[in-house]
Ligand binder design. Sequence first.
Ligand code: BDR
Ligand code: CA
Length: 311
Amino acid sequence: MTNPANVIIDCDPGHDDAIAIIMAASNAAINIEAITTVAGNVSVEKTTLNAQRICDLLDLNNVPLAKGAQRPLVKESEVAEEIHAESGLDGPQFPEHPVKTIEEIHAADLIIDKVLTTNKPITLVPTGPLTNIALAVIKEPAIIPKIRKIVLMGGGTFGNWTPAAEFNIYGDAEAAKVVFESGVPLTMFGLDITHKAQATDRIIDELAAIKNPVANTVVEMLDFFKHTYQEYFGFDGAPIHDACTVAYLIDPSIFEFKHVRVDIETKGEFSYGMTCVDLLGVTGKEPNVHFAYGLDEEKFWILLKESLDSY
Ligand code: BDR
Ligand code: CA
């Protein structure tokens, strides 16, 4: 077996963020170096509490967890309680007080420390707004050539928060601009692909048959998440957006990519936070993103089932 990917998951759990962590922790192809949190779906206090709860569920005692940015670089925070509810992770019942401790270091500093001091190539896996990653890059540009790559969920050729913008990129477009222009190799899982990873009743029933505490928690999360997607967007199921990043790191053959230029809109009246994906190469600019556009759905769900089965 090849060396595992050493990852820092920078997240805003979030139902699908939680499933991304669960999938990553179950597979020997991934070594979680750290988990960092950011304001996004809900406040950073709540996303951090939710990350603690997931760490407790999985017994991730040895993985450092650090809290990050409370708000975007420039604008005010906007949360997505319509989608993830007030707690950010409604559905399952978690113990009120988590056991998992939080490191006394800011997420951006933990990212810098890990990248500079760990003798292994680090892959960053952001599944929320890109504030912490941008802060790390701005504070210590020496990390740029040392990051193996950034595998992120965000953007797409259409939006879900505005007609033009996806939530994570809209959440901090200025930060996204820093990251997309950083020169670090980027692999992007936008809405074009993540809407294909949609957990319908059939899939949720299959996961419910696994019956262990982790699988049961995922089923409770998906039942809740599916209902919000049905109500809010009229979907049949819940897209597990963020888990696409981890699925790719475990088995890249699940996805197809185009190497393209993606620029971030930070000024438009109607298009703030849009990812301008140059699919036809009209800008003539050097490509900066491996843009995921094809998904082998069967392989994706088998991977999730195997992951939950392993607990
Ligand atoms: C993204 O926004 C959040 O609601 C999800 O966790 C995902 O990261 C999808 O637009
Ligand atoms: Ca997320």
